[in-house]
Design a protein around this ligand. Structure first.
Ligand code: NAI
Length: 344
């Protein structure tokens, strides 16, 4: 049986992994620690490593894994901005789960939009305290409003369908537009200018880092609502905070945060969190922050476990690695994956 070192384990990760690992001929050693230079030695003696969004797969870690004879890294997520692909190329095959449940993430994006708009979080706290006053809980009809969707991949398109169900007018920006989309593509600038709601569904790349910044926020429609279920660093958080404070941004629903890696998925309720930007952000009544839970549905976790284990089984069987991503794929996001061999 091939041995997998599994980093950043949470109880919900094990449920489907344990159910499916045997039939894939894999044995998993679970660790709660995240992967980084200080913990990479835990992988010594194993055949593969499995990581999540906040593990650090930099050049130092990659060189160590290579030294231990490990040639494959399985990301149990879609995003891959935590991997140094240039350093990995030629050393480590990197496979991921490109799609597990776009519905899980898109539905969470809509949950954030509905909650922040109709102030469900505030109403919940009030009624639990028998405060039945509804002052300050005013929302707006989504029907007829313009939603600007940045990134029209799998999740973005499901989110668009949901928005259409609410009677919203959809505009979108994507450098790789889909044909016969059934919605209107506009430039990034026009999207910022015309949207009542902006929802981010693009990957984090050098081009998309801080796509929401001081300048784009200044150009945005006054009263815009921002939803981000993609990656935290798509937004310059200080700029968003200022725009929330001065009222230019009406509200924000965030499932991700640019400095989340040391905080999210852990319980810090008994400590004083030192991140003042985060502390200020969560103190605002017009912000809802969830800690990267958009993927967390039963269906998504089953698919994540199945695809991760299948990716590894195929690699060990010498099969086609359709979910491999490499330096070239990252440079050229529309890699057709039509080759039968691994990427190098
Ligand atoms: P996808 O690969 O199907 O779609 C991404 C889309 O973004 C593509 O159409 C691509 O052309 C577009 N894009 C690339 N560069 C862009 C740019 N500069 N501006 C605008 N659009 C651009 O990916 P999918 O599955 O829809 O996921 C989207 C993102 O959602 C992931 O990259 C990941 O960061 C995030 N995600 C978050 C989760 C969570 O739990 N919060 C879970 C899963 C994914």
């Amino acid at each position: 049986m091939k041995k997998i070192t599994f980093y950043d384990t949470k109880p919900y990760d094990k449920v489907w992994m344990d159910k499916l690992k045997g039939e894939h001929g894999l044995d998993i050693k679970y660790f709660e620690s995240k992967l980084h230079a200080d913990t990479v030695s835990l992988a010594r003696g194993s055949d593969a490593v499995c990581v999540f969004v906040n593990d650090t797969v930099d050049a130092e870690v990659i060189d160590k894994l290579y030294e231990y004879g490990i040639r494959i890294l399985a990301l149990r997520c879609a995003g891959f901005n935590n991997v140094d692909f240039k350093a990995a190329f030629g050393k480590l095959h990197v496979v991921r789960v490109p799609a597990y449940s776009p519905y899980a993430v898109a539905e969470h994006a809509m949950a954030l939009l509905l909650a922040i708009n109709r102030k469900v979080h505030r109403a919940y706290n009030r009624t639990r305290d028998f405060n039945f006053n509804i002052n300050g809980l005013m929302g707006f009809d989504l029907h007829g409003k313009t939603v600007g969707v940045v990134g029209t991949g799998k999740i973005g398109r499901v989110f668009i369908d949901i928005c259409k169900g609410f009677g919203m007018h959809v505009i979108a920006y994507d450098p790789f537009p889909v044909k016969d989309a059934g919605f209107e593509y506009v430039s990034c600038e026009e999207l910022m200018r015309c949207s009542d709601v902006i929802s981010l569904h693009c990957p984090l790349t050098p081009k998309t880092k801080h796509i929401i910044n001081k300048k784009s926020l200044a150009a945005a429609k006054p009263g815009v609502t921002i939803i981000n279920t993609s990656r935290g660093a798509l937004i310059d958080t200080s700029a968003l905070l200022n725009a929330l404070k001065d009222g230019h941004v009406r509200g924000a629903g965030l499932d991700v945060y640019e400095e989340e890696s040391e905080l999210f998925f852990e319980d810090f309720s008994g400590t004083i969190v030192q991140d003042d930007i985060l502390a200020r952000l969560v103190s605002l009544p017009n912000v809802i922050l969830t800690s990267h839970q958009a993927f967390l549905t039963d269906e998504a976790l089953e698919k994540i476990a199945y695809t991760t284990l299948e990716n590894l089984r195929r690699y060990f069987d010498g099969g086609r690695l359709e979910n491999e991503i490499c330096y070239q794929c990252e440079k050229q996001p529309n890699c057709p994956k039509d080759h039968v061999k691994p990427c190098f």
